[in-house]
Ligand binder design. Sequence first.
Ligand code: TXA
Ligand code: MG
Length: 348
Amino acid sequence: MNTRTLKVDKDVDNIDSYQQTVDCLRNGGLVAFPTETVYGLGALATDPGATKRIFEAKGRPSDNPLIVHIGTKEEVNEYAAEIPGSALRLMEAFWPGPLTLIFNEKPGVIAESVTVGRGTVGLRMPDHPVALKLLRLLGGPLAAPSANRSGKPSPTKASHVARDLDGRIPFILDGGATGVGVESTVIDMTVTPPAILRPGGVTAEMIESVIGPVRSEIRVEESEAPRAPGMKYMHYSPDAPVWLIEPNAKQIEQAVQDLMNEGKKVAVIGPDELKTDKPSWYFATGAYGDPHQLAANLYDALRNCDETEADVILAVEVPSEGMGLAVMNRLKKAADGKRFSNIKSDAQ
Ligand code: TXA
Ligand code: MG
């Protein structure tokens, strides 16, 4: 299959590109498109054949449900069995935006491969002009996970999608780099109090300021039964192993030296302030105090490491607060929990 990348510029109407991709979706095909978080790989959520193709193209485990994207708040009524008042308040405050709400589903509407028979459906209205225009023209719900091969970092540029899925999908709508850079926050509204299953662009503090206390199930991902099935899989992994390291110039320098002494080539992902010439590659992700910049640049940096000959990647930690929690959640997964303090014993 030939993959065609269609550039969509917000100042041009690009109606041909939208029409081609809408036709493709209506015929059961897949289209990658930008959202404000990461690129999604979309299929019509009511089409069982089409949604199955998403799992094939990504190599995604079939027990991991997909988020359904909608173009208006009103559409929630078509897919959710009931809408708690707290959910309405969150939709009012944060939609369109990087927040996915899990509802009990209205039976028989969304394809079973999307909800994987859990009886719930994750809905989100993305805050991106290309995604919203596509949804409006399609006039239906788009099931869309991140448009990466399973296990790889989510794509924040059309070129990342092409790298992973070229030849496997018919269309990529290229709307430039995404803004937020990490995926949406996922919150389960079917339990009391609501439970955050995945930290993301909308922080727990922002949510609690609207609906009061919520539970965080983020730690649950390390136990046997994660509530968001996706949290249990290997994620965000570049080719070389990733190790987390403290934001300490001396420690980083020492780690790089030790690894070089072992004959390893080292890439470092870290803040602008700690950039040094010591490692073979240093990917700067913005000012240290700004987790939003890090979020926007993280997946690109992880993917850039794959373009190098690095044997080891060191990623500098940030405080796990606010947006920093979402970033550290992804970094810990990329590193599979490994920290520099035990690099010597474990890296042998
Ligand atoms: O920002 C985002 O959320 C991006 C863009 C494309 O919208 N999408 C995304 O999708 O990150 P994906 O499939 O990579 O991650 C979806 C997460 C997974 O952890 C999945 O298990 C969880 O949401 N999820 C989806 N539906 C669910 C449901 N009904 N119950 C529990 N977890 C659900
Ligand atoms: Mg994903």
